[in-house]
Design a protein. Sequence first.
Length: 325
Amino acid sequence: MAVQITGIGMNLPSKSMTNSDFEKILDTSDQWITERTGIKVRYFSDKDQAASDLAYPACLEAIEKAKISKDSIDLIIVATVTPDYLFPTTACILQNRLGLPPTPAFDLLAGCTGFIYAAEVARNFLESQRYKCILVVAVEELTKILDLQDRNTAVLFGDGAAAAIFQHIEGDTGILSSYISADGSKHQNLILPAGGSKNPASIESINNKMHYIKMDGKAVFRDAVSMMISSTKEALSRANLNKEDIDLFIPHQANIRIIQSITKYFEIEQSKVHITVDKYANISSATIPIALYDAMSCGKIKNGMKVLLTAFGAGFTYGAMVIEF
């Protein structure tokens, strides 16, 4: 028996913004953004579109592709840093919207590593044999916490959602290994300063733009590269595999230079690296499953292939996972 993704769905907002669009509102250019980030397009949710609204169609698609009934879902985990509300959880809202009977449901906050964290939690629940079918959702509306006047962050992020069904299946394919970790000593380098108990909403917090993403770009770049390299090594070791055994690498799509640094370190052929940062930008926890969905849609993932996922996010959290499909 193994834990496998049996269905995956994706959903994006209808509105997109190109680099040319940002040229009209910022002192920037398509060339500057492309050379430094690799990003060309990102998606913006509507003002009245909540995270659960974005996630719901992705859930339906995942359920359909897994060929299961909604009632067979016995746990929902939502990875997000932009939930509908601080409480109730977005997972509970989706449980109700999907029309499920009383079902355990909770949110998980691990920044851009959220999907790998949630997949690891799902794997352990399934291996306990107390659960049989788990819906893992990753959804973000980062554009709602972006300062569009801050050139350092405004162009980097977008919105989107993905959902995956995890089940125990017969055979040896599935999740071969995983590794998650965190280094909280550097949490100030990527942070949303206000809105929690540390800095509750106030006139001062609003005037000081404390409800927008703040990032030390150089520090994030440096640690993203080193931590994604270390987690990749650990996941490969736990699976008793070498980099040559991996058919496709799907790294977190935050910045093309980060991806290039990691692939250069491991000497990975570009044909084995799936890139989506140009099409979707960084969608935090939803980035990895959206890239996985994209690779499947392109026909890059076939039965028997081993795929390595690796990510890094606020916290700092980091992790990697090897899946054989």
